[in-house]
Design a protein around this ligand. Structure first.
Ligand SMILES: C[S@@+](CC[C@H](N)C(=O)[O-])C[C@H]1O[C@@H](n2cnc3c(N)ncnc32)[C@H](O)[C@@H]1O
Length: 241
């Protein structure tokens, strides 16, 4: 929609998988490309946008540096990522007795083991500075998950977020399988063969949350939950002078 408004802009989108739709405005082009490989772009972009790449990138400083190099002077980088792959609640309804809490802990651990953490607690201002950016700005916005807010706009937003997070089990599958913790998804033998005893915590208990969370996601129960969760999102902007 934005691109139809800015017809003079040319946009290049990249992804590892050819999953993009064909019905895009003529000023958009998609390439299959690995953002972790060496970038071949010249310093040619006015804006580079990165979103939802936590869990995909091993070396964030390198990615940010490559983005810096590909920007024209005056251009800016926008990174939208959740600081931590987890939920929060003000009223304590999201707590360690909920299956969802244990689920997030499990997936976080598995993504760390895979070397591609879903939680980006890294120091982005420092990474920006070291990449060469002189100015940057960080904003945190908390978005509700589910239809629990009384406010009409927040309720609708919560509906969108819960719909996106209905894909949670699918998104969590690769790190869980890598870590061998997906007995409901892969065979018991695989799970036992790779059981991460070295995690130093009761992974069997943690693992028991999987069927509950999967069933609830499938049935859309996180849409109308009694748990008042919200998800902090971090918007980072950095300018190249
Ligand atoms: C959670 S989705 C986010 C998609 C999009 N940026 C958005 O915000 O709607 C992550 C995407 O990153 C892609 N991806 C993962 N690793 C990548 C890499 N090394 N280079 C380019 N794309 C990658 C995946 O194929 C997937 O489509």
């Amino acid at each position: 929609m934005v691109l139809s408004m800015y017809k003079d802009a040319k946009v290049i989108g990249t992804d590892l998988s050819p999953i993009q739709p064909r019905w895009v405005p003529p000023n958009v082009e998609f390439f299959v490309d690995d953002a972790e490989a060496d970038w071949t772009f010249k310093p040619e972009f006015d804006c580079i946008h990165v979103r939802g790449m936590a869990g995909s990138i091993r070396d964030w400083p390198r990615l940010i540096k490559q983005a810096y190099n590909a920007l024209r002077p005056g251009g800016y980088l926008e990174v939208i990522e959740i600081p931590r792959f987890d939920l929060m609640s003000d009223d304590g309804t999201y707590n360690d007795r909920t299956a969802l809490w244990r689920y997030y802990g499990l997936v976080n651990k598995a993504s760390e083991m895979a070397g591609r953490s879903l939680s980006l607690e890294c120091d982005f201002p420092k990474i920006f500075k070291e990449a060469g950016f002189e100015e940057y700005h960080v904003t945190i916005k908390s978005l509700p998950m589910g239809t629990w807010p009384a406010d009409k706009k927040m309720k609708e937003l919560g509906q969108w977020i819960a719909a996106v997070y209905a894909s949670l089990p699918a998104r969590s599958l690769p790190p869980l399988i890598n870590a061998g913790v997906g007995p409901v998804l892969v065979s018991k033998r695989t799970a036992l063969a790779f059981s991460p005893e070295s995690w130093g915590w009761n992974w069997r208990r943690q693992r028991s949350c999987l069927p509950t969370v999967h069933r609830r996601s499938r049935n859309g129960l996180y849409m109308h939950t009694s748990i008042s969760e919200f998800l902090p999102h971090r918007l980072l902007l950095a300018w190249k002078c």
